[in-house]
Design a protein around this ligand. Sequence first.
Ligand SMILES: Cc1ncc(COP(=O)(O)O)c(C=O)c1O
Length: 264
Amino acid sequence: MEDPCFVYHRHIVRHAGLEPVPVPVDDGGMRIDILARSGADVALVTPAHQSPTGVVLAPERRTALVAWAEEHDAIVIEDDYDAEHRYDRDPVGALQGLAPERVVYGGTASKTLAPALRLGWLVVPQRMVESIRREKYLADQGTARIEQHAFADFIARGELDRHLRRMRSRYRARRDALVTALERELPEARVKGIAAGLHVTVELPPGHDEQAIKAAAHQASIRFSVLGDYDASGPPTLMLGYGALAEAAIGAGVRELARIVRET
Ligand SMILES: Cc1ncc(COP(=O)(O)O)c(C=O)c1O
C-alpha cells in the first residue's frame, strides 16, 4: 500500500485479513524499487492522482510496476477514483490497459456525479471474474438497477462527456484561483498535486503544527484534512479540496487561512 494512503483502503485491507505493507510515495508516486523488496504479492495504487498526496505515478514507474507484477505473479489494484478530472495535459491511460491480466481496475461515479449514487465499476482479469462476482453477491446481492440504467442512459446520450467537459473547466478555474491565492498569501508553502483531482496538498515549512492549524481554521469555518489524518508522517501538510468552493470565495478564504497559519 502507498504510504501515505487513503485511510479507508487500509481499513478494508485489514478487515479482509490481509497485512498492509507500507511503501513510500515520493514526487513520482509509489517507490516501485521498495515495493519489489517488500515481499508483497498485491499492490494497491492510485496512479492517476495519488491519494492523498496528489502526485501522478511517473511513466517509468508505471512500466516498472507492471513488470513487477509479471515477475512476481502479483496483482495490481488500480483505484482510478478521480482521473476524469485532469487539467493540464492529456489523460494518462489506465494501468489496466498495459496489463489487463494483472490489473484490477476500479472506477467510481463518486467524483464525477455524486458519492450518494454508490455506483462504481471494476475491470478484472478474466480468471478473477467468477470469484469477484461471487464475493459481490455475498456482500449485497447486487447494486441498485434503477441508478445503473439511469447512468447507462446518461452515458449513451453523451451527457456524461458534456458534464465532464463543463465541470473540468469549472474545476480548473477553481484550482487556478486556489493556486494563485496560495502563491500570493502563503509563498513559503509548496503546493503539490495540482494536475488532477479535486484537491491540492500544501506543504508548510517545518515547525508548523498542522493539527493546531486545522483546529484554528475549523473555528473560522475553513475545513480540511491534514497529512497526519492519513496516519502518515512527513512535513506539515494541509489537504485543500476545491471541488465545492465558489471561485469568488477562494481568495478571501486563503487570505484568512494564511492569517491562521501565521498566528498558530
Ligand atoms: C482514494 C479514493 N478511492 C475511492 C473513492 C471513492 O469511493 P466510493 O466509490 O466508494 O465513493 C474515494 C472517495 O473519496 C477516494 O478518495
